[in-house]
Design a protein around this ligand. Structure first.
Ligand code: SAH
Length: 244
């Protein structure tokens, strides 16, 4: 039986891979990868390494999660070094916990290799620090997948009232609902907001606006994209480096 490495691939820029991820990718007999993992990473693998794509689009699954779990398990029965490569960090909305539990229940050894999450690095490549002295003492990373007005929402929207920086992942299709909800709970209409698409890559696009106009400004922007809300967005005026 093999060992499974639940591995973060980072946000896009291949150089944001950790040295540990790099090492196991080089040693891998099989790499099971997602849509968000930069496919150039596969070129690091040794000759004869097998590749299995189990990608999913924001919520729309190419393979349901239980089938992905089973694919990983079956590969661990056949191969020595199994790399499960995921965009960003495997435990930040990456379903790494479910995959780890599934393996644990079947006595398959695994390791977690954290990755650089898009939640922090994508804003950074847009010149937006998630915290900054005197501007934001906290940041929160939230799923934007859940529609804000859904009954029995797991998200306590009122708790965002005093939050500094809020980063929404998987929220582009809900941008209108999210921005209206934040205004509804008391954020000013002119509160700064950014949408960053394909961050850390050559195709990175950054749209800067306010809760009131971001929907209109971000129209047509491609996924993957994340939303940053908070005063830190204004620091981009000084800190933008990547677009140059
Ligand atoms: N585990 C990943 C997140 C998975 S959820 C991580 O730690 O980064 C997928 C969401 O991440 C996307 O819907 C998008 O909101 C965000 N995302 C991932 N890569 C991105 C990128 N390069 N640019 C912008 N957003 C990205």
């Amino acid at each position: 039986m093999g060992k499974v490495y639940l591995t973060g691939a980072g946000p896009g820029d291949i150089e944001l891979l950790t040295l540990k991820a790099y090492r196991v990718i080089k040693e891998a007999d099989v790499i099971i990868y997602d849509r968000l993992a930069n496919p150039d990473i596969l070129e690091i693998a040794k000759d004869g390494c097998e590749f299995v794509y189990v990608g999913k689009e924001d919520g729309r699954h190419t393979l349901p999660q239980d089938e992905i779990n089973e694919v990983i398990y079956q590969n661990a029965l056949k191969h020595k070094v199994v790399v499960r490569l995921k965009g960003g960090d495997p435990f930040v909305f990456g379903r790494g916990a479910e995959e780890g539990s599934y393996l644990k229940q079947r006595d398959i050894a695994f390791e977690i290799i954290p990755g650089i999450t898009s939640a922090i690095s994508v804003p950074a490549y847009a010149g937006i620090p998630v915290t900054s002295r005197g501007v934001a003492v906290s940041f929160r990373v939230v799923t934007g997948h859940e529609t804000p007005n859904k009954e029995n929402s797991q998200i306590n929207w009122n708790s965002f009232k005093n939050d500094d920086t809020i980063v929404f992942l998987m929220g582009l299709h809900n941008l209108k609902k999210i921005s209206s909800k934040l205004i509804e709970i008391g954020k000013p209409k002119n509160h700064p907001c950014a949408v960053i698409s394909r961050g850390t890559t050559k195709e990175q696009k950054v749209v800067i606006g306010t809760l009131d106009d971001i929907v209109q400004k971000a129209q047509g922007i491609p996924t993957p994209a994340l939303i940053v809300v908070g005063k830190v967005v204004e620091l981009r005026n000084e800190l933008d480096w990547f677009s140059k």
